[in-house]
Structures are given as C-alpha cells and as structure tokens.
Design a protein. Structure first.
Length: 256
C-alpha cells in the first residue's frame, strides 16, 4: 500500500519501551534487524524515557503527565512526525492518553503490526515457514484497549504456524496478570493468574504460546514451572522465520 510506503520514507521513531530497551536488550536488537530485513524505515533516539505507563498504572497521575510533556518536548526537538512501538502498553498510552493530556499532540502513532504484516505479504520469499501448532495470548492493552485481535494472528499464520485458540481468547481473553501494575503490588496474585493462563494452554495440548510485549512474556515465562509450555515473544518467531540468526552467522548482514 502507498500509505505504508510513505511511512517508511518518513523514518518513524522506534520507541521500544523501557522493559524491551533495558531488560530485554537482545530482543530490542532483534526488532531492529527485523525492521531492516523487512524494509521498515526507522530511527532510535539516543534518549529513552518511560512512556508514563508505569506511574499511570500506579496512580501517579501528576508524574505521568510530567513524563508525557517531557517526551513530547524530546519528540519535537528531534522533529518526530510518527512513532512505532512494539510494546502494547506504550502503543495504548501514545494512541489514547497522550492526545487527551496534550491537545496539541500531533504525532502519528503507527500500528507496527499492520506494517509488519503488510511487509510480509509483499515479501513472502523472505519467510521460511514453520509447520507448528501454537496458541496466541491476547495482550490486554492490544486487545481489550485497542481492539487489535486479527493482525497478530495473521502475522503468526503468515510465518507458517497454526493457531489453536485457548478457551478464553480474543474479546473474552484471560488476563495474564501483568497489567495495571499488579506484579508490583500483589506478586502472588499476578503469579497465580499467569499460572492459570499457562494451564489453559496446556489443556488444549499445545507446547508453545506466542505473546506480544515483554511485560506479558516476562511474567508468563517466570511461571511456566513444569508445564512444558514454552513462551515466545513475537520478535523471536519473526527472527526465526526471517532467518535473521542464520544471516548473522553467515555474515550476510555485514555486507560480506
């Protein structure tokens, strides 16, 4: 689509989110390689601030508003016209809350999952399909808040996976326990919720659960126990199907 091509030329700023940038640095680097492989233009700012999601979840409205204004100033100083993010919570707060707080907010928030799917459809020869049955966990921020249910599934299926739905999915999905700051205020409760979600995957006989975002990934992975369920973030299966790790070994991405 011409619309996506225009986005590429604009070189959107990629905001990975705090947990991706600071805690899951390898996956941050993977996303950079995925974007490059698919031909998605982007740049990363040197200064990385919290989007304001965590203080907002904890009820610190004043601190969240300060971060929103500080981030807007950074974006304007760097002439940012559009933003992509792979963290569902950041996507939600940029899309819904920033315009509510800042009436003059004029930065485009691009749905990166639409963009990834579009690029995969245009370049199917890049994909090495995987013939596996998996399940997909709907992020609360991506699903309930933003209504994004189909596109993540279409991406997964484009990569050759077959999705077996858990009993609670899409609009009726079961929270994994990571939202709303719950792991910080009631770790036992959030762990128990995560364990129940993993049991739901086990009951349908799958071995892998795909998630989007590292808040969900981190909590679920920490609670797999002896369930034999493997938790995978979207970046991992994208890199695998696009053979990015293989490219690194062969040196193809270094111009050799």
């Amino acid at each position: 689509m011409v619309l996506f091509d225009l986005f590429v030329k604009k070189k959107s700023v990629y905001v990975p989110g705090c947990i991706t940038y600071f805690k899951f640095r390898n996956n941050f680097e993977l996303y950079l390689k995925i974007f490059s492989r698919l031909g998605i233009g982007f740049k990363v700012l040197n200064k990385q601030n919290c989007s304001g999601l965590e203080p907002w979840e904890a009820g610190y409205d004043f601190e969240m508003r300060k971060l929103v204004r500080a981030n807007f100033n950074i974006f304007k100083e760097n002439n940012v016209k559009s933003i992509i993010t792979t963290e569902p919570g950041c996507y939600k707060i940029f899309l819904d809350n920033y315009p509510e707080i800042l009436p003059y907010w004029n930065i485009e928030i691009i749905n990166v999952w639409d963009l990834i799917l579009d690029k995969l459809r245009k370049k199917p020869w890049l994909i090495k399909e995987r013939n596996e049955v998996v399940t997909y966990h709907d992020s609360c921020y991506l699903g309930r808040y933003c209504g994004i249910y189909d596109v993540p599934r279409e991406i997964i299926e484009m990569l050759g996976y077959r999705i077996k739905e858990m009993d609670n999915s899409r609009e009726n999905s079961f929270c994994c326990g990571s939202c709303g700051g719950l792991p910080r205020v009631s770790k036992n409760l959030s762990d128990n919720i995560a364990k129940e979600r993993i049991l739901q995957a086990k009951r349908i006989g799958v071995k892998k659960m795909i998630v989007i975002g590292f808040e969900n990934y981190s909590l679920l992975k920490d609670n797999v126990g002896d369930s034999d369920i493997e938790i995978l973030e979207l970046s991992t299966i994208l890199a695998d199907s696009l053979e990015i790790k293989k490219m690194e070994v062969s040196g193809e991405n270094n111009g050799r």
